[in-house]
Design a protein around this ligand. Structure first.
Ligand SMILES: Nc1nc2c(ncn2[C@@H]2O[C@H](COP(=O)(O)OP(=O)(O)OP(=O)(O)O)[C@@H](O)[C@H]2O)c(=O)[nH]1
Ligand SMILES: [Zn+2]
Length: 359
């Protein structure tokens, strides 16, 4: 018997009712948009229906689409948030569509591999609480990653109810960048859906990122108003600490798609030079006025950045943080490109060997 989804009519996605308000289709509520439709056509979609990766298990992806909720073998270059065109005969060969955005970091540990945090995200809520978790340098790190991905960043300060000095936190957060909105909430009692409504629109995808215990799951649950279950799996890590291993994209009825990520202990930067320029735009601008093109703003003569520190317009601590993050990003990104170059030359060597063997 032919599967119903094989004959679904996806033609509504191609032209027609633009501008007319209408109820979003299932796929659209899952985040599907013309950006992805342009990468396929009606015929292909009829035989290879679009599905979105909602969970990543060790060797399996949980994927969902219109009337589809199943597991397929994991692919190395796909992750939670990605859209795939499902190959029903051979799910492992489902095609991943190009991404609208990708947030990534350099993983801690020996391998230091690039780790994808999530893809096709519209807004990233960087969550911290009005207590000892609050840390400007860490917020700047997150912002660099989010800006680099062309995702809209919003800083959420939680646990306002436990803090006597909320305005000090808010002011500090607001001075980080003119390009970022700052929201203060009590994640347990406030109307989270109302407060975040300008970003959490149907058809959009939002993600919560931040350290452990700051309220990401609480916010996710509040947004969904009980429409989703918490999938957090608590496991003991090697040191006996409890960590949440969830990384789950939820579709909220009549709402947006929400990615709840586990708390990150360390966010190492990689390939985020443009993102850093966005976070430290004023310093980068000043830097272009330095006498030397490659000025490191340390002790060089005619350095515009040091001049601004001297006359009090630039906070020296902020300059320090900028220098540190730029150096870290350059270090991590260089080793990455070197590794890529190595991989390429190794592949070339293999290809040559294969050719010679064939002769
Ligand atoms: N009083 C108060 N408690 C909060 C607030 N936000 C979160 N909490 C509490 O803080 C604890 C941690 O919240 P979670 O939502 O689990 O934190 P998380 O960021 O998801 O943490 P991980 O799962 O470790 O990444 C829970 O006990 C929440 O009830 C808040 O705004 N006010
Ligand atoms: Zn300089």
């Amino acid at each position: 018997m032919k599967d119903k989804t094989m004959t679904k009519d996806y033609s509504a996605f191609f032209g027609g009712n633009l501008g007319t308000p209408r109820k979003l289709s299932t796929l659209e509520t899952q985040g599907w948009s013309s950006f992805f439709a342009q990468q396929t056509d009606v015929d292909e979609m009829a035989t290879h229906p679009p599905v979105r990766i909602t969970q990543v298990h060790r060797s399996l992806f949980q994927v969902m689409g219109d009337g589809i909720d199943m597991q397929i073998p994991a692919q190395i270059d796909a992750t939670v948030g990605d859209w795939m065109l499902l190959d029903r005969d051979s799910p492992a060969h489902s095609r991943r569509l190009e991404r609208k955005s990708v947030m990534k970091r350099r993983a801690a540990g020996h391998e230091r591999a690039v780790q994808l945090i999530g893809t096709n995200i519209d807004t990233a809520f960087i969550v911290t609480s009005c207590n000892q978790d609050f840390n400007i340098a860490r917020l700047e790190r997150y912002l660099a990653v989010v800006f680099e991905a062309d995702v809209t960043p919003v800083i959420i300060l939680t646990k306002a109810d436990l803090c006597d000095d909320v305005e000090t936190y808010r002011t500090q957060a607001e001075t980080i960048s003119d390009l970022v909105s700052v929201v203060v909430v009590d994640a347990r009692s406030d109307d989270v859906t109302g407060i975040l409504s300008q970003w959490c629109k149907p058809g959009k995808t939002v993600a919560f990122v931040g350290s452990s215990g700051v309220g990401k799951s609480t916010l996710t649950n509040a947004l969904s108003a009980g429409n989703i279950a918490t999938q957090g799996i608590r496991e003991d890590d090697a040191k006996g600490r409890h960590t949440t291993t969830r990384r789950h994209l939820h579709f909220i009825t009549d709402g947006c798609a929400v990615l709840d990520t586990p708390g990150m202990r360390e966010l190492q930067l990689t390939d985020v030079s443009a993102g850093l320029e966005d976070v430290f735009g004023d310093l980068a601008d000043l830097g272009r006025q330095c006498h030397f093109n490659d000025c490191k703003h340390e002790s060089e003569p005619k350095c515009a950045v040091l001049a601004a520190v001297a006359d009090g317009t630039v906070d020296p601590a902020r300059l320090q943080r900028w220098r540190k993050l730029v150096a870290e990003d350059e270090f991590n990104s260089t080793s990455l490109s070197e590794r890529r170059a190595k991989d390429k030359s190794f592949q070339k060597m293999v290809n040559r060997a294969i050719k010679q063997k064939k002769r």
